[in-house]
Design a protein around this ligand. Sequence first.
Ligand code: ADP
Length: 192
Amino acid sequence: MRHTGGVPTDPDVPAADVPGPGPAALEVVRGDITRLEVDAIVNAANPSLLGGGGVDGAIHRAAGPELLAHCRTLGGCEVGDAKVTPGFRLPARWVIHTVGPVWRGGGHGEAELLASCYRTSLARADEIGARSVAFPAISTGVYGYPPEDAARVAVTTLRSTPTAVERVLLVAFDDRTGAAYRSALGEHRGPR
Ligand code: ADP
């Protein structure tokens, strides 16, 4: 199995190394983002930053109560923006909390707001010197964003955003999200 900084990646999925201003490598990883040994993980938070369900709940549970105490000092976060905290008990040193848009049919600026989550998270990663960053599929859970559309926004935005981040892990918690990322990356699994 290929390893990327201690993170086992799916051996069937090649890294999509593309020239361009974005990170050198975008990789699809299956599993739980809270276990990844990367410099920073991104949280799909809600505007209060005071915890919730889904990946947000998992991150707070794994990081410990210090995370909530720290988040209480931040004054919330706008949709499309991102704020940084330490990772506390997580293997990741930092958590970048971003707030994705709630899907309302696609005609309410959802794509631009979701793109802003990815762009702003990379900007925060640059501010803290993170070189490896793992993203969950922001907005595609409780917020209802169709995973295929969200994956296209994620890949397009990450590829076109100038950054010093070297490796981005796209974390798929389920099969549909993994397939959506592979399709957006232009990778196809078929008989070889
Ligand atoms: P949102 O409110 O932005 O939709 P959710 O947490 O409900 O956020 O879902 C975002 C994505 O995170 C979904 O694809 C969900 O399956 C996934 N997810 C949930 N738990 C985890 C986890 N521990 N690690 C990685 N992804 C997760």
